[in-house]
Design a protein around this ligand. Structure first.
Ligand code: HEC
Ligand code: HEC
Ligand code: HEC
Ligand code: HEC
Ligand code: HEC
Length: 206
């Protein structure tokens, strides 16, 4: 019964994805007609000014790491509490973000700079302190990860003035970090097109 239901659901989803895809193609078609500039940019493998690879939310049903993905973490770390309430800068913790491809997750030592004396009565902080004493890193569950064949670089985006929230949403308001962008190729390429950044295959694939 359940198996049958989910098949019906999948078929409905497939049908509506196809329909939405058509609507999208029509919409961008008329936009291209109005502007010769975007027609030029549409030359090559990109069709009608839109990436060939779709970024439809419905395609998420095939993706285990879909938008809204928020894995359970070893310690419930709240960005809202640290960033909003305690006014901490993103780069204080994610110190690689403006100078390397990786934003990096801060080590336990950085947390203990405060938590050696802040909220020490909390069981979570006691777990943190245990890791610190045993020199054992916390195994944070990744929220975002691209397949290995795609290259991403934080430094380039941060230096070009693309804000964290453009890709990660309002992390400052999240109790638990969740994935808000698909990270699909269509998503990357649409923003590159809009901002005149490179859409050569070799920009993102070696
Ligand atoms: C006090 C340190 C601290 C500050 C300040 C901080 N973060 Fe984080 N951030 C973490 C830790 C620890 C994790 C890993 C645990 C988690 O995912 O919740 C993390 C995870 C993340 C992730 C998910 C990483 C992944 O696994 O894919 C994003 C995105 C992120 N932070 C963005 C931000 C942004 C944007 C800001 C500023 C608004 C910010 N962080 C401020 C400590 C911090
Ligand atoms: C600059 C100081 C500072 C740093 C660095 C810091 N925190 Fe905090 N953290 C605080 C403060 C202050 C609170 C209490 C906030 C409140 O209750 O208003 C807090 C609260 C917490 C709590 C909630 C504790 C509870 O049970 O109420 C957790 C969990 C936590 N922090 C984890 C971390 C982790 C993990 C890191 C490192 C990635 C970290 N903190 C880095 C200042 C800091
Ligand atoms: C142009 C989009 C974009 C912007 C802007 C961006 N990120 Fe990311 N971020 C990503 C992508 C894509 C990944 C996954 C990278 C991977 O898996 O290789 C990621 C991963 C992360 C991670 C976890 C893995 C790592 O790189 O260490 C953290 C933490 C993070 N971002 C924080 C930030 C912060 C803080 C900012 C702002 C200063 C920011 N990001 C700006 C797209 C972006
Ligand atoms: C919100 C807009 C936006 C999104 C989303 C975005 N980018 Fe970018 N990206 C830019 C801009 C703007 C630049 C140009 C930076 C510059 O000129 O230095 C850039 C530059 C780059 C570069 C360096 C280009 C070069 O010439 O060497 C790479 C690599 C890159 N992006 C990969 C990605 C990947 C992979 C994704 C998706 C996972 C992505 N970007 C998503 C805006 C974006
Ligand atoms: C701005 C960055 C960017 C550019 C430019 C780009 N790609 Fe991608 N591509 C990605 C990302 C990120 C992924 C992984 C996410 C996904 O599968 O959608 C990907 C995935 C792919 C995949 C695997 C698709 C799948 O479903 O597994 C192929 C094939 C591919 N790209 C080919 C190309 C070709 C050919 C070009 C040039 C015409 C190109 N890409 C240009 C970012 C880019």
């Amino acid at each position: 019964m359940n198996v049958r239901r989910s098949w019906i659901l999948i078929i409905i989803c497939l049908l509506s994805t196809v329909m939405l895809g058509r609507l999208g193609a029509e919409g961008s078609g008329s936009a291209v007609a109005q502007s010769t500039e975007s027609t030029d940019k549409a030359a090559g493998v990109w069709r009608d000014g839109k990436a060939v690879f779709s970024d439809e939310p419905m395609l998420d049903i095939f993706n285990p790491y879909q938008r809204g993905y928020k894995p359970e973490q070893p310690i419930p770390f709240s960005h809202k509490l640290h960033v909003e309430k305690n006014k901490m800068e993103c780069q204080y913790c994610h110190s690689g973000v403006a100078k390397s491809p990786y934003a990096t997750i801060p080590p336990v030592e950085l947390c203990m700079g405060c938590h050696a004396h802040v909220r020490t009565e909390s069981p979570y902080i006691q777990k943190l302190a245990e890791h610190y004493e045993q020199k054992k890193p916390l195994e944070w569950e990744p929220v975002h990860n691209l397949p290995e064949h795609a290259v991403f670089n934080h430094e380039r985006h941060v230096k070009a003035g693309v804000g964290c929230n453009k890709c990660h949403g309002q992390v400052n308001e999240m109790e638990v970090v969740e994935k808000v962008s698909s990270l699909r190729m269509g998503w990357c390429v649409s923003c590159h097109r809009m901002n005149g950044a490179s859409i050569d295959c070799s920009t993102c694939h070696y």
